[in-house]
Ligand binder design. Structure first.
Ligand code: NAD
Ligand code: UD1
Length: 328
């Protein structure tokens, strides 16, 4: 008898991380169904064999339909920009918190035992952490609506596991970068914006004094963490092991200041553009660097891609996109 392939629902599968994930899962022989409203994601980048449903992750009917017959869920759909969430407070709350609950409820109702869910939380839940590096026992204190909703999702994740038997893992991504993150949106990640601007000879502006730190993790490493997490939950389910909630940092353990990042990118591109300094961003976290020990222990993986290597891959990809745009 032919073995049925593992069918995975990916919410937000047309976004930056989702597109990389869908390609990796299809290459690994899995069947992928995507639910995305295309608000920031693009259908063009997703693999042809993926089944795309255009819909809203906070719409219970759309999510229940998308969940029918799947073996696991990776939930990435969100408004991912801290700044855009500040501007669109209630709208982002609906997507970022109600959307997460909608996915968990549909996972509870779709099968017995419930369908396992791996989902994107964020280092933003930690806010102004006093002790570095930040481990999962650090008391969360989010500084933004975005961080508050991700933390709310985790609290519901705990209830989903304890009360409803929905095994779920919240991956607390630190700052993810790599090819495919839109460099032209002001709501994009700093690496994507700086790489594109310096790579095309334009100046960049740092918010504040540039001494704020981030833990930049390459998208390929994040994809490995997502796949390993779902694999772990599915294995537990097959072995009838009890449902649980886990929160795991996805990070490198290395802190980089925003000024050092800009200078590295200027060196790598050979740019002579100016690195300017502007006012600090409202609610900007000062220091963010994670402790990766739990990721290594529970998932058996490390974020292996060194920053210069990841940045070089990104610059090559952005250069190729510009070349094709000029040629076409
Ligand atoms: P992205 O904006 O590229 O992708 C998000 C996707 O969700 C997009 O395709 C968008 O169209 C879709 N989406 C948004 N609202 C939706 C809705 N209401 N219904 C259905 N789809 C909707 O962002 P990303 O960087 O790929 O982030 C993926 C996840 O990882 C998000 O949950 C984000 O909060 C989280 N995260 C990202 C980072 C990072 O550095 N990029 C860090 C920590 C956490
Ligand atoms: C990012 C993610 C968020 C995630 C969080 C986890 C994006 C868009 N946001 O938020 O989803 O949950 O990491 O840690 O990927 N900066 C400048 N100049 C610019 C742009 C940014 O100086 O032109 C600075 C910012 O003020 C900030 C740093 O760069 O100090 C990083 O900003 P950003 O890339 O927007 O990420 P986070 O806010 O950390």
């Amino acid at each position: 008898m032919e073995e049925r392939s593992n069918t995975i629902l990916v919410t937000g599968g047309c976004g930056f991380i989702g597109t990389h994930l869908c390609h990796a899962m299809i290459n690994a022989g899995q069947k992928v169904r995507i639910l995305d409203d295309l608000s920031s994601g693009k259908a063009a980048g997703v693999p042809e064999s993926a089944d795309l449903i255009v819909g809203d992750v906070a719409d219970p009917e759309a999510v229940a339909d998308a969940m029918a017959g799947v073996d696991g869920v990776i939930h990435l759909a969100a408004i991912a920009s801290v700044e855009l969430c500040n501007r669109a407070w209630v709208r982002s709350h609906r997507t970022n918190l109600t959307g997460t609950l909608t996915v968990m409820e549909a996972a509870r109702d779709a099968a017995r035992p419930a369908i396992p869910v791996v989902w994107a939380s964020s280092a933003a839940i930690y806010g102004a952490a006093r002790t570095l590096p930040i481990n999962e026992r650090t008391v969360p204190s989010p500084m933004s609506p975005y961080g508050a909703d991700k933390l709310g999702g985790e609290q519901h994740g705990l209830a989903a596991a304890d009360i409803f038997g929905v095994a779920n893992t919240a991956l607390r991504f630190f700052n993810v970068y790599g090819p495919g993150q839109d460099p032209h949106s002001p709501y994009s990640g700093v690496i994507s914006i700086f790489a594109e601007r310096l790579g095309s000879g334009q100046d960049v502006t740092i918010n504040g004094d540039g001494q704020q730190t981030r833990d930049f993790v390459y998208v390929g490493d994040v994809v490995r963490a997502l796949m390993a997490s779902l694999d772990r939950l599915q294995r537990r389910r097959r072995l009838d092991q009890p449902a649980g909630f886990d929160a795991i940092n996805v990070c490198t353990g290395h802190a980089v200041t925003v000024t050092a990042l800009a200078e590295t990118l200027r060196d790598l591109t050979g740019s002579t553009a100016t690195i300017a300094y502007g006012p600090p961003r409202e609610g900007d976290i000062r220091d963010s660097v994670g402790d990766a020990a739990r990721m290594q222990r529970l998932l058996g993986i490390r974020a292996e891609t060194r920053l210069e290597e990841g940045l070089t891959r990104l610059l090559d990809a952005q250069g190729e996109t510009r070349r094709l745009a000029t040629a076409g």
